[in-house]
Design a binder for this molecule. Structure first.
Ligand code: ZN
Length: 129
């Protein structure tokens, strides 16, 4: 399949790489912040009247940490794909992913068609015949 028309240019790749790297450094500083908050939280636990509420906060904090970690993994994968030259191609069907779409979500691994299919499946609204 000839996808040269849709292939990302060097400068498009560079700009996406910059976005990914800055996202990653944001995630890392958020993580530092959250870990510090978790630490502070456990220190002040003895003063907390509402321990259950506090545990809810901690749970939320861990939820965010896990979510950020998986985002960071995706970013790392995307950066690896940029290195290997596989970036911008759909994981499922090898179609080029549009630059517009990558600008919105540089960690996209799927073209819009495959993505839509997966989202339909995940939302449980099976409209297949
Ligand atoms: Zn696809």
């Amino acid at each position: 399949m000839n996808s040269s028309d849709n292939k990302l240019t060097e400068s498009e790749l560079t700009s996406i790489k910059q976005v990914l790297e800055s996202k990653r450094s944001h995630l890392r500083s958020f993580r530092e912040m959250r870990l510090a908050q978790i630490k502070d939280g456990s220190d002040s636990l003895k003063d907390a009247a509402d321990v259950a509420g506090h545990e809810g906060d901690l749970e939320r904090m861990w939820f965010f940490l896990n979510r950020d970690q998986s985002t960071e993994n995706k970013i790392n994968d995307a950066l690896k794909r940029i290195e290997s030259g596989a970036f911008g191609l759909c994981r499922d069907c090898d179609s080029p992913i549009s630059f517009k779409r990558l600008q919105i979500d540089p960690t996209s691994e799927l073209c819009i068609n495959c993505k839509n299919e997966i989202e339909l499946e995940e939302s449980g609204s099976k409209i297949y015949h």
